[in-house]
Design a protein. Structure first.
Length: 353
């Protein structure tokens, strides 16, 4: 296997989290298992990290709760990878910050769900907005080139109006980038009613106008405060390759299971429910092997994993054909993509949101 075959590996260190976020999958389930990856098992992954550029140490839990997080960051850096994670800020005091910096962490994203304390705390239950903001400012004040610090803002109807506000908050804290994301994995009626993106054309025109106005105000705020923003799509469209990019990335669960993405392997005993554009589906977890017991090359080259990726290669090829015809101003006979893998057909990521 070639060096740097992969762009990024997402490795779940723990499924434990002190928060009870209203938009989280575990808010629906009671059979969620709470577990840390044992250090001995992580050491089994370490030799394979030479194949990837970036390691994202996160999954369905709060990475800072893992007892060996500092040591693991240091070990990943020694393999030549960029390393970081997104966090709620839980337990990130100044001593922990200094240890992470010393270990060589490259990036940290902080999860916000509101531009004000009231909104944020009503969505991310057990998270304190002011404490989190002070944590961010403390880290930024260290005035270091690394880690790269950014805000990750999960958008719901409940907090979409505060998108311009969080840009101002980011600037105030000394942060130069805000990444806005949609709720992807929806498991109950409340979450479905709170998704900020529009799934069908027939949805009300007034809300479409609201979205467009908020986008304009957010872009305006970004220019005013000199903050880079990354906006998701709010109007669905079929995409050749979702943002998880299973052709170059993969996910490793706390148990060592290798899956194309985090949304296909939540820490539940059995299958799980998805609500996709208002319709409920039962979905099985998907793993192509266990990296604690198999080498990554044998997992990656399994026939069923190759077949899974082939669907996306075909979709990407079709997208290039469409682009070439448009560029040449030729008539398009068929603008539809080949079907994605079955489990991806009920994921909002395939709609570009």
């Amino acid at each position: 296997m070639d060096t740097y075959k992969f762009n990024a590996w997402q490795i779940e260190l723990t499924t434990r989290c002190p928060l009870r976020c209203t938009m989280c999958v575990k808010d629906t389930y009671r059979n969620w298992y709470r577990k840390d990856m044992e250090l001995d098992n992580f050491l089994k992954i370490l030799p394979f990290l030479k194949y990837t550029r970036t390691v994202v140490l996160e999954g369905w839990g709060e990475s800072l709760m893992h007892p060996h997080i500092i040591d693991i960051v240091s070990m990943v850096k020694k393999q030549g990878c960029e390393v970081g994670f997104v966090t709620s800020g839980f337990g990130l005091d100044e001593l922990c910050m200094d240890k992470l910096l010393q270990a060589g962490i490259d990036f940290i994203g902080f999860s916000f769900s509101g531009g004000t304390s009231e909104t944020h705390s009503s969505i991310r239950i057990n998270s304190n907005f002011d404490y989190l903001l002070n944590t961010v400012k403390t880290l930024v004040r260290k005035n270091l080139k690394k880690p790269k610090v950014h805000i990750v803002y999960l958008i719901l109807k409940k907090n979409i109006h505060e998108m311009p506000t969080i840009v101002k908050v980011a600037s105030y804290a000394g942060i130069k980038e805000v990444v806005f994301i949609n709720i992807t994995h929806i498991t109950n009626k409340w979450q479905d009613s709170e998704k900020a993106f529009i799934c069908r054309d027939e949805e009300e025109k007034a809300y479409k106008k609201t979205i467009n106005n908020i986008i304009k105000e957010t872009v305006k705020a970004a220019k005013k405060y000199n903050v880079k923003i990354n906006l998701p799509n709010f109007f669905v469209t079929d995409v050749a390759l979702c943002s998880e990019n299973p052709l170059e990335n993969l996910y490793i669960s706390v148990d060592g299971e290798v899956s194309p993405c985090v949304y296909l392997y939540p820490p539940l005993e059995n299958g799980f429910k998805r609500i996709f554009c208002g319709e409920e589906f039962k979905t099985n977890k998907l793993s192509f092997g266990n990296i604690f017991y198999e080498d990554i090359e044998s997992i990656w080259n399994k026939a069923e994993y190759i077949a899974f990726r082939k669907r996306f290669y075909e979709r990407r090829k079709k997208a290039q054909e469409i682009y070439n015809l448009l560029f040449e101003q030729k008539r398009l006979m068929d603008m539809t993509f080949p079907e994605p893998p079955e489990l991806c057909r009920t994921c909002h990521k395939i709609l570009g949101v």
